[in-house]
Design a protein around this ligand. Structure first.
Ligand code: MEV
Length: 443
């Protein structure tokens, strides 16, 4: 491979140490401990013990240990014209392979993205209002002044081009158990931060004044995870030749994927699973890079449900000779703050992804989501997903039975071929292959 190409053939067959070496080639480095890229700690940042018990104890409460997850890199991605490595932390087999395979299919044109400005919404609820519509009018009259006050609270962020950018008022109910209720939305450009702390602080600081102007009582002051103003759009286009499978030609696969997309567009039961396949890729990147993945999950599903029904976040359409995919979803991520100060693995993941801004991280996570969606639909539309899952599961069982080196593939192939993917069977096959080798080697 050339040093900056993410197209690394046979990456999955290499030993972890060899994979590390190949990734360093991507960055032009040679030494695992080399400062610069991938960080002064190198890959030690994802070795056991990298996150110390002491650091973990400072992150959350009642800590009793460190919980591990496999950390992997999906290859073959090009995103907005640049080759990209996609770090993933996930327990589910086949997601990393699926992402890499789909990225290979999308590679000729690559993934293209549009990331909106990083604007989050903070909500200030006001209750017990006698006349909600009159209160909303009064608040709107004060919105410029309120916005000015809010901006004064974050002068350094405002200097960097961020800070509060708009304020709007949404009357909710005229009367009820909480009296008249309205909510003020403060829109805040968070630059490279995810922004939860920033937005919550601003909402808490403004709440009393807002309630006073509205003639009501301050209620909740907290960010909304439905950040529909902070989205990523990802597109890709695959030619038929690259979609073809063992038993189906490209045009058939293309038609089947477009039909699978339409199924998700008319049925929320299917749309939930379709979106789960997207979140497989997105969440794996978010976990690896130390993001608040629950926030992105909450935003994704609320966005999918905006407008009444529950919709797929990505759709696929046929064109002459190929297939076009488009994903649109909220993506509240940050490359400063949060767990990033303390988690060496998260910092390494950002380095590997080349994601030094929230925009680029949103693009990488979104591309991973569209890739895992494509891979899932292609598998479902052709041979079903179980064959691939079982092949990977068989490799896991072969290792668990004690196989090493080339024996892993030989045991796994036999398990997959017979359909008996069980650890006892793996032990039997391994014992047979080992004794056959001993007979062959004996003088
Ligand atoms: C499994 O983790 C994800 C899939 O169910 C997604 C899909 O059905 O589109 C394969």
């Amino acid at each position: 491979m050339s040093s900056s190409s993410s197209r690394i053939t046979g990456f999955y067959r290499l030993a972890p140490s060899e994979r590390r070496r190949r990734l360093l080639e991507f960055a032009g480095g040679t030494d695992l401990g080399e400062p610069g890229w991938p960080g002064p700690e190198g890959f030690a940042a994802v070795d056991p013990g990298a996150l110390t018990l002491e650091a973990a104890d400072g992150m959350i409460e009642n800590v009793v240990g460190i919980y591990g997850l496999p950390f992997a890199v999906a290859v073959n991605f090009t995103i907005d014209g640049d080759d990209a490595l996609v770090p993933m932390a996930i327990e589910e087999p086949s997601v990393v392979a699926a992402a890499s395979n789909a990225a290979r299919m999308a590679r000729p044109q690559g993934f293209s993205t549009v990331v909106s400005p990083p604007v989050m919404i903070g909500q200030i609820q006001v209750t017990d209002i006698a006349d909600v519509n009159a209160a909303a009018r009064t608040l709107r009259g004060h919105s410029d002044a309120l916005l000015r006050d809010a901006r004064r609270l974050v002068p350094r962020l405002a200097e960097r081009g961020g800070g509060p950018v708009a304020l709007d008022v949404r009357p909710l109910v005229r009367s009820g158990p909480d009296g008249g209720v309205l909510v003020v939305h403060l829109h805040v450009d968070c630059r490279d931060a995810m922004g939860a702390n920033l937005v919550n602080t601003l909402c808490e600081a403004l709440a009393d004044r807002v309630a006073e102007i509205a003639g009501g009582r301050p209620g909740l002051r907290i960010l909304s995870n439905l950040c529909d103003g902070r989205t990523v759009t990802v597109r890709c286009s695959i030619d038929d030749a690259l979609l073809a499978g063992d038993r189906a030609d490209g045009a058939e696969v293309r038609a089947a994927i477009a039909a699978a997309s339409r199924f998700a567009e008319i049925d929320p039961y299917r749309a939930a699973t379709h979106n789960k396949g997207i979140m497989n890729g997105v969440d794996a990147v978010l976990v690896a890079t130390g993001q608040d993945w629950r926030a992105v999950e909450a935003g994704a599903h609320a966005y999918a449900a905006q407008g009444g029904g529950y919709r797929p976040l990505a759709v696929w359409r046929e064109r002459s000779g190929g297939l076009d995919g488009e994903l649109v979803m909220p993506m509240a991520v940050g490359t400063v703050g949060g767990a990033l100060h303390v988690h060496p693995g998260a910092r390494l993941a950002l380095d590997l992804a080349g994601a030094h801004t929230a925009d680029r991280l949103a693009a990488v996570a979104g591309a991973a989501g569209l890739a895992t969606n494509l891979a899932a639909l292609r598998a479902l539309a052709t041979e079903g997903i179980q064959r691939g899952h079982m092949a990977l599961h068989a490799r896991g069982l072969a290792r668990a039975a004690g196989a090493t080196g080339e024996l892993i593939d030989r045991v796994a192939d036999e398990l997959a071929a017979t359909g008996e993917v069980k650890v006892d069977r793996a032990r039997e096959v391994l014992a047979r292959l080992c004794s056959a080798a001993m007979v062959k080697d004996s003088p």
